[in-house]
Design a protein around this ligand. Structure first.
Ligand code: SER
Length: 337
């Protein structure tokens, strides 16, 4: 008998790890995970892990033989800075990987006559504010505004959203019998900050890097200007959001794609919060021209009214609570070990 299972790709990444922890804590014992890397030892026993490339078709062909996949959290991606070093590789993982998983979801939905839920994390990187004046003038864009990404990652996420809507609404539109469509649900994350993992390859990484450096007593050279401001969110809220969106009644959802955010801070405001807890920390600024351009292209904030209205999205951690109750205590404990 094929066991009903939840599939998580990119499981060894920052969001993947936190998601596994949370779903397992809520009692899920049917987690199926895929990543090119092994799962960290802390997740032993919490998931059945397959170490494989997202582009390896045979792994997914095998999985559907053995498991009845009801929900897919497709977290695997190459982030915005890494993607610029090898745009073709980013495109393969971010677009072909997403296409493969969406197609799997579509086939399974149709076969079972029951929609597979497909939870897709998109990003603030789908926005492109064009210049700093415009960024200041439009601090809180709606989902459909300023969708002019300037990174390969942002382009890939925007197209991933579009493909998701296609598979949810228009797939096989000329077929004689209506197929069962994928239940595609997407959040656009701001920069995420975890107390337990350090990001790699993103452009919002200066936020978490600053904090993790300070907690280890290291100086930090920030790669964007002090006044650079973008939205952020603490990892527990990022995980709550996707679990909450997955559980929301379909009829409440008026859209497929939702902006979500928690707080907006400039680099110097993050530095001030970090220094309030780690006063000895030295933070300097050496803007990296290209990474600065990327951060300048992202909005200061995002309008997440639709998520709040449709499925009750509300971050539990504002900036104060993120730093004082989640980030600083946990990071201190982590590096004290
Ligand atoms: N944190 C991501 C990045 O910087 C944005 O989604 O690429």
């Amino acid at each position: 008998m094929r066991r009903k299972s939840i599939l998580i790709t990119g499981a060894a990444g920052e969001v993947g790890q936190a998601l596994i922890q949370q779903l397992a804590a809520q009692g899920a014992d049917n987690l199926l995970t895929v990543d090119v890397r092994p799962l960290p030892a802390a997740l032993n026993g919490k998931a059945t892990h397959y170490q494989a490339d997202i582009l390896d078709k045979t792994i997914f062909d095998r999985l559907v033989i053995d498991y009845d996949i009801t929900t897919i959290y497709h977290m695997a991606a190459i982030l915005s800075t890494s993607g610029e070093f090898n745009p073709m590789a980013a495109h393969s993982v971010n677009v072909e990987g997403t296409m493969r998983l969406l197609n799997l979801a579509a086939e399974q939905s149709d076969w079972k006559r029951e929609p597979v839920k497909f939870i897709f994390p998109s990003s603030v990187a789908v926005f492109g504010m064009q210049n700093l004046d415009n960024k200041a003038k439009h601090p809180r864009p709606q989902e459909w505004e300023w969708n002019y990404p300037i990174t390969m990652y942002g382009c890939n996420k925007l197209y991933g959203e579009t493909l998701g809507v296609y598979f949810a609404k228009h797939y096989k539109q000329l077929a004689e019998t209506e197929p069962t469509m994928v239940d595609f649900r997407c959040v656009r994350y701001p920069g995420l900050i975890s107390a337990f993992t350090v990001p790699s390859g993103g452009t919002s990484d200066y936020g978490p890097e600053m904090l993790h450096a300070a907690a280890q007593g290291q100086a930090y050279e920030c790669f964007v200007r002090p006044d650079s401001a973008i939205p952020f969110m603490a990892m527990p809220d990022a995980i709550t959001a996707v679990i909450q969106l997955a559980a929301a009644p379909r009829e409440k959802l008026t859209r497929q794609i939702y902006n979500i955010t928690a707080f907006s801070l400039s680099a110097e405001e993050i530095a001030a919060r970090v220094q309030a807890h780690f006063p000895a920390t030295q933070i300097s600024y050496e803007p990296h021209l290209k990474r600065q351009r990327i951060v300048d292209s992202w909005p200061i904030d995002m309008n997440d009214d639709a998520a709040r209205r449709d499925w009750g999205w509300k971050p539990a951690y504002d900036a104060e609570r993120s730093f004082d109750e989640y980030l600083v205590p946990n990071i201190r404990a982590r590096y004290a070990k």
